[in-house]
Every structure is written in C-alpha cells, then in structure tokens.
Design a protein. Structure first.
Length: 81
C-alpha cells in the first residue's frame, strides 16, 4: 500500500513547514490528487489519519482531498496556527 508511504511523506513535509514557519500546529491540509495518479484516496486518507497521530503538531489536522485531472499529488494548501 504505497498510500501509507505517501501519507508519511506528507507528514514529514508538514513537520518541516511547521518548523520553518514557527507554527504550533497544523489545522487543515488540502491536497490535490490526480485521477490518473494511481492513488486510492480513501487509503491515502486512512494512512494520513493513522500516521498523523505520531506527530503532536499535526495530530488534529483535517485532511481535505480534491480530485483533479492529471497524475500528480500536490500539497495545495496548509493552514497553521
């Protein structure tokens, strides 16, 4: 299930962003997933929810997934406090 490793990569990227911006937590994360990306969105969301519990600043983050044309996974927006 490569969705779990993609979710872990997203968590790592978010952790870096929190440090860079000196934020305390991530509130909302929006990703765009291309319909041809070969990513099962439900599995990706499940993986994100499982992995986020290991990181305090992301533990309560809400994930929003927008399916778009194409074959990319794009971090589109992050709301932090």
């Amino acid at each position: 299930m490569h969705e779990l490793s993609l979710a872990q990569g997203l968590i790592d990227q978010l952790t870096d962003l929190v440090r860079y911006h000196k934020a305390t937590r991530v509130v909302t994360v929006r990703v765009d997933i291309g319909t041809m990306a070969g990513i099962v969105t439900d599995s990706f969301a499940f993986g994100f929810d499982a992995v986020k519990t290991t990181t305090d600043c992301i533990r309560e983050a809400n994930l929003e997934i927008k399916e778009v044309a194409g074959d990319d996974l794009v971090l589109a927006q992050v709301v932090m406090e």
